[in-house]
Write a protein that binds this ligand. Structure first.
Ligand SMILES: *Cc1c(COP(=O)(O)O)cnc(C)c1O
Ligand code: SF4
Length: 347
């Protein structure tokens, strides 16, 4: 069954020494892969939406929704905030001024194959090109993943770049989604980073605990808690309705294992651009020990303009949020500018 995962975009989830039969790999193989199926499962019809993209039009970034995520959507609701994150709309094909394929300057930040550095002391490693879900607003939907290392041996040069630069103290595993690697590949990568004396922290940027909670296995927890560098997990949920059921318990397992868990969200039109929705998200996270970290202004990547919320609206939402929640529960509202020394507070 894993073959359908492997052929879908690349072989990340399979890789060397694949252990077919893990529940999470089965769950990924069984994910919904078409709009028609998604709508059918929710009891919705195309006529309830203005301008959907047909499956043949989204071949390079097709629908991908694991059953667990689908189970948290409300049947019969065309405005469901989870559905709207994954359903392809014809607006994606609109050319809008100011929306570019490399809006965040990733290609200028490439230091070695698979390694991006924009900020002091930390580098981002593109550990995998695949994800377990396809978010229509994705800022890396146009990233040229095929240029990056595939096999473990291909990482030698990039890991040497990190080993030769003692100013790098933290490696962020990103992608794609790094947890789509099987345990063996993930462990291999983490052990090689652990062997670099100046690496103090490994940060994992992942949406799998949210969209494919079965990925959080005991074996994964013991890998992440058994490394010399401190591991931090940064998840990505945009709406409180995501933090339910198996997702909620997988986040609790990460927290109970002693890992710092932070959330980043993207401010998205029609999905979380109201103060109640942002408040509910922060509350749902805090109540299980997950700290709201960033609220990102949408990166202006081609095909995502219909998700953009003006920064003036974002600023007033965040100030209302500040009036309702403790300081630690208010995410930093930030924007990414090419060439900046860190994420920039929206002002
Ligand atoms: C966003 C990002 C980071 C992480 O930034 P923090 O503020 O440390 O969370 C690191 N490197 C790159 C290239 C990034 O885009
Ligand atoms: S999980 Fe992240 S990288 Fe993957 S499609 Fe969604 S936003 Fe993009």
């Amino acid at each position: 069954m894993i073959e359908s995962v492997a052929t879908f975009q690349n072989a990340d989830a399979a890789g060397e020494g694949t252990s077919i039969g893990h529940d999470w790999q089965r769950d990924l193989a069984r994910a919904v892969r078409s709009s028609a199926e998604l709508l059918r499962r929710l009891g919705l019809s195309e006529s309830q939406f203005a301008g959907l993209l047909a499956d043949v039009q989204t071949r390079s970034f097709p629908v991908l929704v694991p059953e667990s995520f689908l189970a948290r959507m409300q049947p019969g609701n065309p405005a469901d905030p989870l559905l709207l994150q994954v359903l392809p709309r014809s607006e994606e094909q609109a050319q809008v001024d100011g929306f570019l394929s490399d809006a965040v300057g990733d290609l200028n930040a490439r230091r070695a194959p698979g390694i991006l550095q924009k900020y002091h002391g930390r580098v981002l490693l593109i550990a995998a090109s695949a994800c377990a879900v396809h978010c229509r607003y994705c800022f890396r939907r146009e990233y040229p993943y095929s240029d990056e290392p595939r096999r473990l041996e291909d990482w030698d040069e990039s890991l040497k770049t990190i080993a030769d630069d003692s100013s790098v103290r933290e490696v962020i595993l990103s992608g794609g989604d790094p947890l789509i690697l099987n345990d063996q590949r993930l462990e291999h990568l983490c052990r090689r980073l652990e062997a670099i004396p100046h690496i103090d922290r490994i940060r994992i940027h992942t949406r799998l605990p949210i969209v494919l909670p079965s990925r959080i296995t005991d074996a994964l927890l013991s890998l992440l808690t058994g490394l010399r560098p401190q591991v931090l997990v940064v998840v990505h949920a945009n709406h409180a309705a995501e933090i339910q059921l198996d997702c909620r318990s997988s986040l609790q397992r990460l927290v109970q294992a002693g890992l710092p868990v932070l959330n980043q969200a993207v401010l998205l039109r029609g999905i979380n651009d109201c103060v109640n929705s942002l408040e509910d998200l922060s509350t749902a996270l805090m109540n299980i020990g997950v700290i709201p970290y960033y609220l990102h202004q949408l990166d202006r990547v081609s095909g995502t303009a219909h998700f953009e919320v003006p920064t003036s609206t974002g600023l007033s939402l965040v100030s209302e949020l500040q009036a309702r929640l403790p300081g630690y529960a208010v995410p930093r509202y930030v924007q990414e500018f090419p060439g900046a020394t860190g994420k920039t507070p929206v002002a």
